[in-house]
Design a protein around this ligand. Structure first.
Ligand SMILES: [Zn+2]
Ligand SMILES: [Zn+2]
Length: 761
């Protein structure tokens, strides 16, 4: 449990520098000390070169030397107007050169001569109050050093969080003071291997584009420009227990009464603190098991500080130990941290926690990942880095990938093909179209959105399923539940959806007709012999209208759905089949061609398996050929590659094409049969071409003797077979990738699909 693998901080962040170390110095936060020559208080004390040694070892990369002219033209270091013993500058330099610092190579490699403005704490306070945005722009261009105001005679430290938020690279802190501020400083610079340089988030580097102002984010939720690449996250921390806590230095013979405070330090809206209750008289193994949630809008710049206090009713609560780290370096799961003493020394005390991060997407930087093995297997690390040709071509989260790709395709259409894409077929909930309409790819041209009717008709199914779920086993006014034979069974839900889909397909060019025919589905079912409602029906399929025309008799009882059931599902029709709602599917289209293309791609490069960019590109190219010209078109590729296309290759390709056409026609037939309800019929004895709805009504559901368990079983079975139908259906026709809420919707890629990239029969 105490091994490095279980530490809270990602080992590859803690063990060695992993960030890009070749940027201008202005792009980094730099660990900086103030009054470096001091050991203890500000005005009294020895100016000791050991002090320099200490701060440099503590990771500090910018020290302070107050130089004056001394005897014989030699510079000396002293603190002006104070009682500090003067040192010859030469003494310090000699010392600096002799100490072999671990990170010296980085420090040396990055050494550039900079002129930096030195800003006093109180002056900075005024600047950010008056012109906050300007300060961010300034620190993006100029190296800036902030030093504590002279009023702080006790070496207390200013809060560095505010200047860091504004991109100030060097916030000079009194390293000799062991306060909470220094805890934050050690936490911040524990990142990047503790080398003393930490890369700023992009919005403080590319400040002119990001237009970032920390003061705009005092309260949640934050609304930031898209050039601020932040992913808000929720940090869920459970403080489990602590082990071997130290005793308070001021009350050495008193057993501590510990409690833990978790605080977050970053942009103003992310400043939060929560604490556990107090465990009395137990410093050995106190247990809390308390969970805290922190919603963090700017994780990249946020620090998380764990502080263990000794509760004291009479005096001030004592800080016993702490641990601080950047939120981005936290690992999830059960973790422990080795607590630091107040002076940042290692202790044997540990804190055991559980961490969850919601909205968390692991950055997929191959080089970063490989770093985790650098220490244990340097040879392997080297070979990975040397041989790795990175194919990463997208930096933001995967959720924004689709819209970014579509936008790119639209933008290049003119230069590439000389055309404007003016129509976009998409589903209603897609996040893509809002992006297209917000960022106009063609100035002055409007892109028309065309609804995908498959997605739209699925709302019928979802709406009905919701009604059914909400009713559960509740009895309707006729004393029966909503489901069951000839009621809202799983099959009938599918049938209603299919009928709705085919109605849209047939009437999509005429809103009035579409409205009437959609409602006909409902009213036709609602009709009884005493109270017929066939005003909206079409004589093409309505048995009642046919019998009126032919003067024959017609009996509703065999197929009408019970009115209590229809009353219960009427809200679904009211919301879906209003004119406003149906107006969206007027002239609707479908994404079937896309789905067909996709299913070929995923067949060769399965979605659930990682494949390299090269493999994926080959799969796409082959798909384009097969989709447009059939497998035979691949023959040309063989010709180009081998200058020869053999007889058997031809035969194989012809075979593939025939089998593909065969499969497709089978699929089409199956689809057609299903749309007309035939495939679900068990006793389909009558005319082959009778209408959709009446046809459904002839379905003979399994015999139901009224036994509730029996009913439940048959219904369960019912639903299983339905969802199977849906899966195969989705595989070829409709995308529900963005609707993963439905368990039975697998999208066009179906993980249950056992087909392999072999099309032998
Ligand atoms: Zn890579
Ligand atoms: Zn009718």
């Amino acid at each position: 449990m105490l091994s490095q693998d279980f530490e809270l901080m990602k080992p590859w962040c803690a063990l060695q520098p992993y960030q890009d170390m070749t940027r201008p110095l202005t792009n980094y936060f730099i660990s900086t000390s103030h009054n470096t020559y001091l050991f203890n208080s500000q005005v009294m004390g020895d100016s000791n070169r050991e002090a320099y040694n200490r701060v440099l070892r503590a990771g500090c990369r910018a020290v302070e030397l107050d130089c004056y002219d001394g005897e014989n033209g030699q510079p000396i270091v002293k603190h002006a107007y104070t009682l500090i013993v003067q040192k010859r500058l030469g003494d310090l330099f000699v010392y600096l050169q002799n100490v072999p610092f671990r990170e010296y190579e980085y420090a040396k490699a990055n050494y550039v001569c900079y002129h930096s403005p030195n800003v006093a704490e109180n002056h900075f306070g005024r600047a950010v109050r008056d012109e906050p945005a300007c300060v961010v722009q300034q620190t993006a261009k100029t190296l800036c050093r902030l030093y504590p105001s002279g009023i702080r005679q006790d070496s207390s430290n200013p809060d560095p969080i505010l200047p860091w938020n504004f991109g100030v690279q060097m916030v000079a802190l009194n390293f000799q003071k062991y306060d909470k501020i220094m805890a934050l400083c050690h936490g911040k610079f524990s990142d990047n291997g503790g080398c003393g340089y930490v890369l700023k988030p992009n919005y403080l580097i590319d400040a002119s584009r990001a237009k970032f102002n920390p003061f705009d984010h005092q309260t949640k939720p934050s609304d930031f420009s898209e050039n601020v690449f932040e992913q808000p996250q929720t940090l869920i921390i459970t403080i489990m227990s602590a082990q071997f806590l130290p005793r308070s230095s001021s009350k050495a013979n008193d057993v501590p009464d510990p409690y833990v405070e978790v605080s977050t330090h970053g942009i103003p809206c992310d400043q939060q603190a929560q604490r556990t209750c107090v465990v009395h008289n137990n410093g050995l193994n106190p247990i809390w098991k308390e969970t805290f949630r922190f919603h963090i809008d700017f994780p990249q710049i946020c620090l998380v500080l764990f502080t263990v206090y000794d509760h004291d009713v009479l005096s001030k609560n004592d800080r016993l130990a702490y641990f601080c780290l950047p939120m981005k370096t936290m690992q999830t799961g059960f973790r422990h941290m080795r607590l630091r003493s107040k002076d940042n020394g290692l202790t044997d005390s540990t804190l055991f926690v559980h961490v969850e991060i919601e909205g968390y997407e692991e950055e997929d930087d191959c080089a970063t990942r490989a770093l985790s093995i650098k220490k244990f297997d340097p040879a392997k690390y080297d070979s990975i880095i040397k041989s790795h040709q990175c194919e990463k071509n997208y930096d933001k989260s995967s959720g924004t990938m689709e819209s970014a790709a579509i936008l790119k395709m639209f933008k290049r259409s003119v230069s590439k093909y000389g055309v404007y894409y003016t129509k976009y077929v998409g589903d209603g909930d897609s996040k893509t179209f809002p992006v297209l309409s917000k960022i106009v790819p063609y100035p002055g041209k409007v892109i028309e959105k065309i609804e995908d009717l498959n997605h739209f008709s699925k709302r019928m199914k979802r709406g009905l399923e919701t009604i059914k779920r909400e009713h559960g086993r509740k009895k309707l006014s006729d004393g029966k539940t909503i489901g069951g034979k000839n009621r809202l069974s799983g099959r009938n839900i599918i049938r209603l959806q299919m009928t709705f889909a085919s109605t849209i397909r047939k009437c999509k060019h005429d809103l009035n007709l579409l409205f009437e025919r959609s409602w006909a589905i409902f009213w036709h079912k609602y009709s009884t012999n005493n109270d017929p409602h066939h005003d909206y029906c079409s004589i093409d399929w309505c048995g009642y209208l046919k019998s009126v025309r032919d003067g024959t008799s017609y009996d509703h009882t065999s197929h009408a759905m019970p009115r209590p059931v229809l009353d219960a599902i009427k809200p679904v029709f009211e919301s879906l089949c209003s004119r406003e709602s149906l107006a969206r599917v007027v002239n609707a289209s479908s994404q079937n061609a896309n789905e067909s293309f996709h299913s070929l791609v995923w067949l060769m490069s399965p979605k659930h398996k990682a494949s390299s960019g090269t493999t994926f590109e080959i799969a796409c190219c082959l798909t384009i050929i097969i989709f447009n010209e059939g497998y035979f078109g691949i023959g040309d590729v063989f010709n180009a590659m081998c200058c020869y296309q053999g007889h058997y290759t031809d035969q194989a390709m012809i075979h593939f094409d025939i089998s593909r056409l065969h499969t497709e026609s089978k699929e089409n037939n199956r689809q057609k049969r299903k749309e007309t309800g035939h495939v679900l019929l068990k006793n389909n004895g009558k005319e082959e071409n009778s209408g959709i709805i009446d046809d459904n009504d002839q379905t003979n559901d399994d015999d139901d003797d009224g036994d509730p368990t029996d009913k439940a079983t048959s219904e369960d079975h019912d639903e299983t077979s339905d969802s199977d139908e849906q899966i195969t259906d989705n595989d070829h026709r409709t995308s529900s990738d963005d609707e993963s809420l439905d368990d039975d919707d697998y999208g066009y890629y179906n993980s249950k699909d056992k087909r392999r990239w072999v099309e032998e029969e």
